[in-house]
Design a protein around this ligand. Structure first.
Ligand code: NAD
Length: 335
């Protein structure tokens, strides 16, 4: 199958080029995202392969269907950026890569916690300038702290395993209780108890109408003074302006985010020579106790290998007419 591959980064190309040799597919790589202007590039292809930052609305879906596209292969687990009803209407099948490496995201979550707490990013810069002062670098022990985990699916559970290793007490909130989390000593509580009792709150649930802005003014007011909030899930789980107020009032002592509500206009691009128009992220970056990474939690060699392997497998199975379990449809809306 000929695949038009959009938003190509060097790491995507390396992995897909090495794997494609073993497969029956061919790929045309494009650096741009797929949009109405770039849609004509799909001519002659049967599938498009897109990333999580590529919104697909009905107009775009109709256009690529008209140009002969039968399949959208998402190289992500999340699919909230694709209009699945429109895909159904225009006869386009959508596949995703679920759970490509929960440990990649869970371990990055821990990296954010440790960096914010032990201030290794500040220490690195100081020592390089021969400043060996320890002033302002005091952290806290993770041992015996309470970690609240919202969403205990594959990533949340991998995260619980690591935090259990640190000797943390785990509180969990999820409509479905997970036996693996309970086996680690994790205790399921309601949302209010979790936000009230946790020293660290980490978000691992999907972005759906019920979870949008779950971290808002009201929930922040219920939190412990000095709480640490970590989000490696989806930006809009957090009401950014409420969190900025919480930081200003010193209710929130640490914020670590790998995802941001308005990230579509910022992340995955080099904007170092641009004037940033997003005032909220500009304000966030003025706080010394805020750490932002640009949606890189997934980015490990192991995760990229799995994304590559599963994406090509999805397309091979589709071509052979097999039932592909990684298909997403408007009816089977899992995350
Ligand atoms: P998953 O489907 O395995 O787990 C999600 C869990 O959230 C499930 O247990 C589900 O029951 C729970 N949930 C659903 N509604 C909830 C609610 N209202 N409150 C609390 N919990 C709720 O998904 P996963 O693979 O663990 O991924 C979690 C999220 O991580 C994804 O939705 C995605 O947004 C994000 N993600 C981020 C990156 C990154 O690079 N930053 C990479 C992959 C995934």
């Amino acid at each position: 199958m000929k695949i038009a591959f959009f938003s190509t980064k060097s790491y995507d190309r390396t992995h897909f080029e090495s794997e494609i040799k073993e497969s029956e597919h061919s790929i045309a790589f494009f650096e741009d995202a797929l949009n109405l202007q770039t849609a004509k590039l799909v001519t002659g292809c049967k599938a498009v392969c897109i990333f999580v930052n590529n919104p697909m609305d009905e107009e775009l879906i109709a256009k690529i269907a008209d140009l002969g596209i039968e399949v959208i292969a998402l190289r992500s687990a999340g699919f909230n950026h694709v209009d699945l009803e429109a895909c159904k209407k225009y006869g386009i099948t959508v596949y995703r890569v679920p759970a490509y490496s929960p440990e990649a995201v869970a371990e990055h979550t821990v990296a954010l916690i440790l960096t914010l707490n032990r201030k290794t990013h500040k220490a690195y810069n100081r020592v390089r300038e021969n400043n060996y002062s320890l002033e302002g670098l005091t952290g806290f022990n993770l041992h015996q702290k309470t970690v609240g985990v919202i969403g205990t699916g594959t990533i949340g559970t991998a995260f619980c395993r690591i935090m259990n290793g640190f000797g943390c007490d785990i509180l969990a909130f999820d409509p479905y209780e997970n036996e693996d989390v309970k086996a680690l000593g994790g205790r399921y509580v309601d949302f209010d108890e979790l936000v009230h009792s946790s020293d660290i709150i980490s978000l691992h649930c999907p972005l759906i109408p019920q979870t949008r802005h779950m971290i808002d003014k009201e929930s922040i007011e219920k939190m412990k003074d000095g709480v640490m909030i970590i989000n490696t899930s989806r930006g809009a789980l957090i009401d950014t302006s409420a969190v900025i107020n919480g930081l200003k009032q010193k209710k929130i002592s640490f914020l670590g985010i790998d995802v941001y509500e308005q990230e579509d206009n910022l992340f995955f691009k080099d904007l170092s020579n641009e004037v940033i128009q997003d005032d909220a992220i500009a304000r966030l970056m003025t706080f010394p106790n805020v750490l932002i990474t640009g949606h890189q939690a997934f980015l490990t060699e192991e995760a990229l290998q799995e994304i590559t392997r599963t994406t090509l497998q999805n397309l091979s199975d589709h071509e052979k007419g097999k039932d592909v379990k990684n298909e997403v449809t408007a009816e089977k809306n899992i995350t």
